[in-house]
Design a binder for this molecule. Structure first.
Ligand code: GDP
Length: 314
């Protein structure tokens, strides 16, 4: 994974020195932990997260029993793998929460440019591919072209889009009609989109919402109003893995602002340090459900903390 390639190299180097050791002294373990700490900080993982992560590794590494099956270096790698899985998932690896009575309502939230609109298309495509009948709803009325962009994305994915203009939607598959007129009010658009899904039996509604360049209260209130109006089954907070140390601040603001239910890491294909993304689950206690790894419709995967930890340590 490009965003973690430097971290992967650094961690692998940190373990290298342990390989020749028959038995690990406290100094060996401390030396390795220092390297792990530096690698994580350089990758932009938040300081608090690094501190507790390395403290747990140290405690466990010092307390490990002599194992017949694993040499000391392998034992440390195993501990780091387990702790990294925990950081990435807080022990949670859960699927998307589908409603017992469709439609399942998924709302997307995040900063402008985080990758929400792109994700709406990917999620729609993936859902369609797995037998669902999704509808995308264009409730981002802030950014010029956001509605058109979602329509283009929907068309590419073959997923219908409910858009506010004149109540007309682009037709990614079968044609659908709007339940009455819509206005420029994103709450009404979201509500009408859900009503349309009920009427036309779309089983998942994905609502794209507005994002600003920075966290602001007007944006949060709008997102909360949409949330309160449609009561989503999932509120997915989309975060650009390249955002750096701002990730923690942004994630906390959205957590307090809309109390999201899950995280989507986007742009994990980027070259910059993606470590900040590692802090998000830990800081908010919310699970990462998906990862976005490119601009294409299929550059998308269900997130599993244990598999991601293994890939980072690979
Ligand atoms: P929004 O403002 O949150 O809706 O963000 P967009 O979906 O418009 O994405 C902003 C930019 O990031 C666009 O140019 C996308 O093509 C790009 N983008 C979105 N997701 C990814 C990703 O996973 N990888 C890469 N490399 N680019 C992405």
């Amino acid at each position: 994974m490009a965003a973690f390639s430097s971290l992967t190299d650094r961690l692998s180097n940190a373990f290298k020195n342990l390989r020749s050791k028959g038995k690990l002294s406290e100094a060996d373990i401390d030396g390795t932990i220092r390297e792990i700490r530096r690698a994580l900080l350089d990758a932009d993982v938040a300081l608090d997260v690094v501190r507790s992560f390395t403290a747990r590794i140290r405690e466990r590494a010092l307390g490990t029993e002599v194992s017949e099956a694993l040499n000391p270096a392998q034992q440390v790698v195993k501990i780091v793998n387990e702790e990294l899985t925990d950081v990435l998932g807080r022990g949670v690896d859960r699927p998307l929460n589908f409603a017992k009575n469709p439609p399942t309502i998924i709302m997307l939230a995040g900063l402008q440019g985080a990758g929400k609109t792109t994700l709406a298309g990917k999620l729609g495509y993936w859902l369609k591919d797995t037998g669902h009948t999704p509808l995308l709803v264009a409730a981002d009325l802030q950014r010029p072209n956001a509605v058109t962009q979602l329509q283009v994305v929907g068309e590419r994915a073959g997923v219908p889009v409910y858009a506010p203009e004149k109540g007309v939607q682009s037709d990614g598959g079968d044609a659908v009609s709007a339940p009455g007129e819509t206005s420029g009010d994103p709450v009404k658009v979201a509500r009408d989109g859900v009503a349309l899904a009920r009427q036309k039996l779309y089983d998942v509604v994905i609502i794209d919402t507005a994002g600003r360049l920075g966290v602001d209260e007007v944006l949060m209130k709008q997102a909360r109003d949409i949330r309160d109006a449609v009561q989503p089954n999932e509120i997915l907070f989309v975060i650009d893995a390249m955002i750096g140390q701002d990730a923690v601040k942004t994630a906390k603001a959205f957590d307090e602002g809309v109390d999201f239910t899950g995280v989507v890491l986007s742009k994990l294909d980027g070259d910059a340090r993606g470590g900040a993304a590692l802090s998000v689950a830990s800081v908010t206690g919310k699970p990462i459900l998906f990862a976005s790894t490119g601009e294409g419709l299929k550059d998308f995967e269900v997130f599993h903390p244990d598999r991601m930890a293994s890939r980072i340590l690979d």
